[in-house]
Design a protein around this ligand. Structure first.
Ligand code: ADP
Ligand code: MG
Length: 146
C-alpha cells in the first residue's frame, strides 16, 4: 500500500497518469472518495497514461453511468453515484467490461458490492483540506470466501 499527498489537481492527475501507464488489459481501478475528492481528476490522469487523445473530454459519467475512451487500451469509465446497489448494476453486463480487452475505472465502487472484481487496484482519496488530498493505492487479489 502506498500513500501520496497532492496539493492541486495537476498533481493528482500525475498520479493517475502513473497508474494508467502501468495498466494491462482486464485491469480495474476502483476509486473511493467523497464528492469533489478528485476521483474524476484521477481518471483524467489514467486516461493520459493510457494514451487517450487529449481531445477526448473525460468527465464524470454520472448520468450515463459509462463513458468509453479509445487509447493504448480502451478506458471504460464508470460512475455509480446514481445507482442504489448491485441489483441495478447487474443489468449493465458489467462482466463483459471487467473481463474485456480494455481497462475499467470505477467511481463509487462501493455500489458494486459482491460484483466487485477480486483482482483490482483500490484507490482511496481523502480530502484533508480544500486542496490537500491523501491518496492511497492498494493492489488487491483477495479471494472471495467459500
Ligand atoms: P469527484 O469526481 O471525486 O467528485 P472531481 O475530480 O470532479 O471530484 O473534482 C475535484 C475538484 O477538487 C476539482 O474541482 C479540483 O480542481 C479540486 N481539487 C483541489 N485540490 C485537488 C487535489 N489535490 N487533487 C484533485 N483535485 C483537487
Ligand atoms: Mg466524479
Amino acid at each position: 500500500m502506498t500513500t501520496y499527498t497532492t496539493h492541486n489537481a495537476e498533481e493528482t492527475l500525475k498520479i493517475g497518469k502513473d497508474i494508467g501507464n502501468g495498466l494491462e488489459a482486464g485491469d480495474t481501478v476502483c476509486i473511493h472518495g467523497d464528492l469533489g475528492a478528485g476521483k474524476t481528476c484521477l481518471v483524467q490522469g489514467i486516461a493520459r497514461g493510457l494514451g487517450v487523445s487529449e481531445n477526448e473530454y473525460v468527465r464524470s459519467p454520472t448520468f450515463t453511468i459509462l463513458h468509453s475512451h479509445p487509447g493504448r487500451l480502451t478506458l471504460h469509465h464508470f460512475d455509480f453515484y446514481r445507482l442504489s446497489g448491485p441489483g441495478e448494476i447487474e443489468d449493465l453486463g458489467l462482466d463483459e467490461f471487467l473481463q474485456g480487452d480494455g481497462v475499467c475505472a470505477v467511481e463509487w465502487p462501493e455500489r458494486l458490492g459482491p460484483l466487485s472484481p477480486e483482482k483490482r487496484i483500490e484507490v482511496r482519496i481523502i480530502q484533508v483540506s480544500d486542496t490537500r488530498r491523501d491518496i492511497t493505492i492498494n493492489h488487491l487479489t483477495t479471494k472471495k470466501e467459500g
